[in-house]
Design a protein around this ligand. Structure first.
Ligand code: APR
Ligand code: PHB
Length: 385
């Protein structure tokens, strides 16, 4: 079997790449180890930058996003008993975010791929990468797929990055001394916009998915388990952290999903080796405080699509050779912003009183200086391409 681009992983990166290549007349096959149902149900983040929304609409997969997505023109930073709105409409006019679950993006992309006759294979076993220097091919479940290029879109725990010979990659890591307990609840959101809260008890985030489904996150110890967090304890803690301003009451409801996410920053450089190109979580991970994970995957795929289109049009490898450097500029910007939001809003056991005062003074600055608030806003809605 042969295709132009062999893609490992049917997450947002792999599916969007396959669709954008299709729109350029370039063939691809997507190999995914999980079932379609699993990838469509996997609850992850849900904030789309302006550029991500534009890309999905341009690619013809934005109809449901436009119908069901929630455009937001600001977020709230809540600390010290007060709420402070970061007003995108004032600070970054014309740019906003859209709240739309990652699994909805995945559902829309799978539907578009299959409608276009795309080759997306689920529950594929033992995907392996071969001969990356020249004439690359993939093997899986006893089959062989020859391709001109392989795109490693198989996430942090995939097979593509580890298939790069030792000594080629340089990796950069930052682990945070806490995790996020994330829940999905069948309850109307208690606020119009997202609330990022810093309290002495730890961080909390009020997000949402629809007028009837809310999403919450709590800062918890790094080794926390869902078993340690029965529903009642979760609501008690969310109320303690979010009801920290007068007149705000958190409405509770049935929790339908919960999970613990480790907080880490990770970058692998370069994001390519031979005919293998890494995109999304396969090459980089950000802590979710800046809502950058999904958006970075889309940014990588945009650059890779352009580079592959040039390569398949006239054989020139210039853009492909520059793929990693082009992406890493944006990746490190997002790494810094995500680190900055995380250190601004979480409590660190290692912090002394001096450290906590520095944090509060920085929050005071960000919420009182238009220049500082603009920095947050432009990074949050996404820097233009
Ligand atoms: N063979 C085939 N498929 C694989 C393999 C393998 N060996 N290993 C992993 N996969 C699949 C996973 O099952 C998953 O569906 O690759 C896919 C990778 O998708 P994601 O993890 O969603 O990564 P990506 O597409 O880069 O999207 C990044 O996902 O985790 C969030 O916060 C992150 O929002 C960001 C987004
Ligand atoms: C989410 O809605 O899942 C979400 C929102 C903002 C974040 C992270 C996750 O920073």
């Amino acid at each position: 079997m042969r295709t132009q681009v062999g893609i490992i992983g049917a997450g947002p990166a792999g599916l969007l790449l396959s669709h954008l290549l299709h729109l350029r007349g370039i063939s691809s096959v997507v190999l995914e180890k999980r079932s379609r149902d699993y990838v469509e149900r996997r609850v992850r983040a849900g904030v789309l930058e302006q550029g991500t929304v534009d890309t999905l609409i341009e690619a013809g997969v934005g109809d449901r996003l436009l119908r069901e997505g929630l455009p937001h023109h600001g977020i709230e930073l809540r600390y010290g008993g007060e709420g402070h709105r970061i007003a995108f409409e004032k600070l970054v006019p014309g740019r906003a975010i859209t709240v739309y679950g990652q699994q909805e993006v995945v559902k829309d992309l799978i539907a578009a791929r299959l409608e276009a006759g795309g080759d997306v294979r689920f529950e594929v076993e033992d995907v392996a990468v071969h001969s990356l220097e020249d004439r690359p091919y993939l093997t899986f479940g006893g089959e062989r797929l020859d391709c001109d290029v392989i795109a490693g879109c198989d996430g942090f725990h995939g097979v593509s990055r580890p298939s790069i010979p030792p000594g080629v990659l340089k990796t950069f890591e930052r682990d945070y001394p806490f995790a996020w307990l994330g829940i999905l609840a069948e309850v109307a959101p208690s606020s119009e916009e997202l609330i990022y809260t810093r309290t002495e008890r730890g961080f909390a985030l009020h997000s949402m998915r629809s007028p009837t489904i809310s999403r919450f996150y709590l800062q918890v110890p790094p080794d926390a388990t869902v078993e340690e967090w029965p529903d009642e304890r979760i609501w008690t803690e969310l109320k303690a952290r979010l009801e920290s301003v007068p007149g705000f009451t958190l409405t509770t409801g049935e929790i339908i999903e919960k999970g613990v996410t480790p907080m880490r920053g990770f970058v692998a450089e370069p994001m390519q080796y031979g005919r293998l190109y890494l995109a999304g979580d396969a090459a980089h991970i950000v802590p979710p405080t800046g809502a950058k994970g999904l958006n970075l995957a889309v940014a990588d795929v945009r650059v890779l699509t352009e580079a592959l289109a040039t390569f398949f049009r006239d054989g020139s490898t210039g853009p492909l050779d520059g793929y990693s450097a082009a992406c890493l500029k944006r990746v490190w910007r997002a790494q810094h912003f995500s680190w900055w939001m995380t250190t601004l809003l979480h409590t660190f056991d290692s912090d002394d009183d001096y450290g906590r005062r520095l944090q509060l003074s920085y929050l005071d600055y960000v919420t009182s200086s238009e220049a500082a608030a603009t920095t947050l806003a432009e990074n949050y809605v996404g820097l233009p391409w």
